[in-house]
Design a protein around this ligand. Sequence first.
Ligand code: KIV
Length: 261
Amino acid sequence: MISLSQLQKMKQQGEKIACLTAYDATLAHWVAEAGCEVILVGDSLGMVVQGHRTTLPVTVDEMVYHTQMVQRGNGHAWCIADLPFMSDADLPTVLQSASRLLKAGGANMVKLEGAERVLPMIVALSDLGVPVCGHLGLLPQSVLKNGYRVTGRDEASAQILLEQALAVEAAGAEMLVLECVPSPLAAKITEALSIPVIGIGSGAQTDGQVLVLTDMLGLTVGKAPKFSKNFLAEANSIQDALQAYVFAVKNAKFPSPEYEV
Ligand code: KIV
């Protein structure tokens, strides 16, 4: 299995990290087989698997169920599982939720959204030996309050985002997802941090990329996000599309400027 130290070494050596979401054993198998070093069992499953309008209804039990399936199919990729909405409401709850994702689900790392509020949780999880991935920028779990909006466009909010990223790293996070952050700011944050930064809709200069699997296979119901590309459109099979994505990420061909937010 890919280890955290291998991912850290990839950052140091400037080798791009390829990540996709997966929610079941078969697709997790092919995602890993295509060369993705990281699989994210995202709470996006609430929308793309369960058909909800947001990620909010997803439960820890459902995340455990999908993580178990993914880990049965996943050959070697590092597996991150999302802590779903309200499973990180307070310290005892987040410890219990993370414990279930690792012990019952078989995840290698948990991901949680936000900045100041989650810092003590990152410290506590990290102290217990739980690898943590932060998630800044657009926060799907806060959609009711903030909407799906790009953050960090002006100087003041860009500075806040940079400071939040540094704080997440200082708290003990071992990886960070940046969602819909302007490309120059994402590049600056990536350079400032020593942990791998994985971007989605955040330009090509992050240490790696992640996309929602259904988006990159052209299966989005409704309007596809501007930052996503349908890799199946120019491929002969799902396996070819996955390999084309990994090749494009590894060679910094994706995302090209047309996919920037
Ligand atoms: O849930 C998810 O799929 C995610 C990605 C959008 C990064 O968090």
